[in-house]
Design a protein around this ligand. Structure first.
Ligand code: ADP
Length: 236
């Protein structure tokens, strides 16, 4: 028996606005994703990558089409169920870290673990991203890469099944970006977390199991990578 997909998407369409000014962000996207993979979403700016990620993340709803998480139809879920889905199953990593400036690294992670059913200790999550020595530092005392690693620790501390990452290296220099990608790869390997990464950095494809190429609101190509490279070897 084949494993149930973590996500399945059929005919997903998202139109913003209407009439002459309508923007067709997604034009009928179909996709099946097995669990445990790293997938990288590439394509020009405005091609619909973030829109798909936001719908899978329960942050937006499609205009038409359906999307299932482990067989549960996200598009039919009431708002409260969708909120619970986000809280219980997902971690988010964005380009900007959204840390609370008045809290230490450990306290920033604890904000999330306090409301999660089966969290890691904040210090354990920080150790997973190589920041055990920085747990008492405030965001202003850390580099951009370190702040992003705190944001990743915060996202994984509740042991999510999926990490949805939108331009996680967008604000970082290439060496630091590589380190952050290395952390995502490590979490995928050690915890089996499904990782989806939207990025402009095409070289990120080398570390993915699956590369999904977008153009003009549609998936143009899905390419499997049977020998993903260590993130440390990615050259920008
Ligand atoms: P990508 O992530 O590939 O850069 P997006 O999914 O962010 O692309 O955007 C796809 C298209 O939808 C773009 O033309 C964008 O301007 C438009 N769009 C995205 N979000 C909104 C919104 N909230 N309101 C109106 N248009 C939007």
């Amino acid at each position: 028996m084949t494993e149930q997909p973590i996500y399945r998407v059929e005919g997903l369409t998202r139109v913003y606005g209407d009439g002459a000014s309508a923007v067709h962000a997604l034009r009928g996207v179909d996709l099946v994703l097995p669990p445990g993979e790293i997938s990288v979403l590439l394509g020009p700016s405005g091609s619909g990558k973030s829109t798909l990620l936001n719908i899978l993340g329960g942050l937006d709803r499609p205009s038409a089409g359906r999307a299932w998480f482990r067989g549960e139809d996200l598009t039919q879920m009431p708002d409260r169920t969708l909120t619970r889905y986000r809280r219980d199953h997902l971690g988010f990593v964005f380009q900007f870290y959204n840390l609370m400036p008045s809290l230490t690294a450990e306290e920033n992670v604890a904000l999330v673990t306090e409301i999660a059913p089966d969290p890691m200790a904040p210090a354990e999550a920080l150790a997973m991203v190589g920041l055990e020595a920085r747990k008492d530092h405030f965001p202003s005392q850390m580099s951009g890469g370190e702040q992003q690693r705190v944001a990743i620790a915060r996202a994984v501390a509740k042991r999510p099944e999926v990490l949805l990452c939108d331009e996680p290296t967008g604000a970082l220099d290439s060496a630091t970006g590589r380190e952050v990608l290395g952390v995502l790869q490590h979490l995928n390997r050690s915890l089996g977390t499904t990782v989806m990464i939207v990025t402009h950095a095409a070289a990120t494809a080398a570390m993915a199991h699956r590369v999904i190429r977008f153009a003009d609101g549609a998936i143009r190509e899905v390419e499997m990578n049977h020998a993903p490279r260590p993130a440390e070897e990615i050259v920008w």
